[in-house]
Design a protein around this ligand. Structure first.
Ligand code: ZN
Length: 299
């Protein structure tokens, strides 16, 4: 059986794993994100150490962004204009390719997590799959016909516009758009709007009704635009158990019966769902990107 490397490159930590083609993790390491030289050095050293026990066919990278994903671009595989010090303009994909000479999959962290959930987690059997992470920020990725959706660049669905709730005058926290989805509903927005971290807001706080409404309004847009067969919602804010039933109910209310599918009626519990891959979502998604780069299509 072949093995594949996966790198979840986050702004605060890296997770590197080796997994087989069934997504079973064989080896892993985690370390803090520091300078590009030190962090990519540790990444390369990990795969060199594992290579004799687990000969790898390809490596995948699920990275924080923004990223250049245009194969025709001279800066393909680069991290572009991130505010993270030292990381803007780093040739992430090129450095790993030069170290190993293996096929390399490279995509955003949310597209990778969407792919991992599609192959091995909560998105299995559905296509398209929409995946949102709702945490400090908000990101969204889509699997369409078995592959992450790319276009002009990659979807930035955390920044779509959503209508405001009645009486909400909070300005929003997005530095680009103010009151976009991330600006109104990210964990950062929750903290600034209510003056305390989201995890300290009690269940009966009005914050959660408004939060569920904003998430539902975003999901309505996504449902109407790309008609996903399943929506997976991850990230720290979604750890609040009461959100899932609230978001499902409000999404159905807002659609008001317009989309005629049982997925939005009696089966909505199986339509808007939490992820299943937990702490491995990004890294296993990266493994899946590696498999697609090797031409294995995840089989
Ligand atoms: Zn925005």
């Amino acid at each position: 059986m072949g093995f594949f490397g996966g790198v979840e490159a986050g702004g605060t930590k890296f997770v590197c794993i080796v997994a087989d083609a069934a997504g079973v993790v064989q080896a892993e390491t985690r370390f803090a994100t520091t300078t590009p030289d030190e962090t990519l050095g540790r990444t390369i050293a990990f795969f060199e150490e594992q290579a004799s026990a687990y000969p790898m066919q390809a490596i995948g990278v699920a990275s924080f962004g923004p990223l250049d994903l245009d194969p025709a671009s001279p800066t393909y595989g680069y991290i572009t204009n991130t505010p993270k010090p030292g990381w803007a303009g780093v040739d992430f994909a090129g450095r790993l390719r030069a170290a190993f000479g293996l096929p390399l999959g490279f995509d955003t962290d949310v597209n990778a997590a969407a792919l991992g959930e599609y192959l091995w987690g909560a998105g299995r059997g559905a296509d398209p799959v929409a995946y949102f992470t709702i945490g400090t920020g908000i990101g969204g990725g889509f699997i369409v016909h078995g592959k992450p959706l790319h276009g002009l660049v990659h979807p930035e669905s955390g920044h779509i516009g959503i209508p405001r709730g009645a009486g909400d005058v909070f300005g929003g926290v997005c530095p680009y758009h103010g009151d976009c989805f991330e600006g109104l509903a990210s964990g950062t927005a929750l903290r600034q709007r209510w003056g305390q971290p989201a995890e300290t807001l009690p269940d009966d706080h009005p914050a959660w009704q408004l939060e569920a409404e904003y998430i539902a309004r975003a999901l309505v847009n996504v449902i109407l635009l790309i008609s996903p067969q399943r929506i997976v919602l991850g990230g720290g804010v979604m750890q609040r158990a009461l959100l899932f039933p609230l978001v499902r109910r409000k999404t159905a209310q807002l659609l008001n019966g317009y989309v005629g599918s049982p997925a939005l009626g009696e089966e909505i519990e199986n339509y808007i769902v939490p992820p299943l891959l937990g702490g491995y979502a990004g890294a296993l998604g990266a493994v899946a990107l590696g498999m697609q780069a090797a031409g294995g299509e995840g089989q």
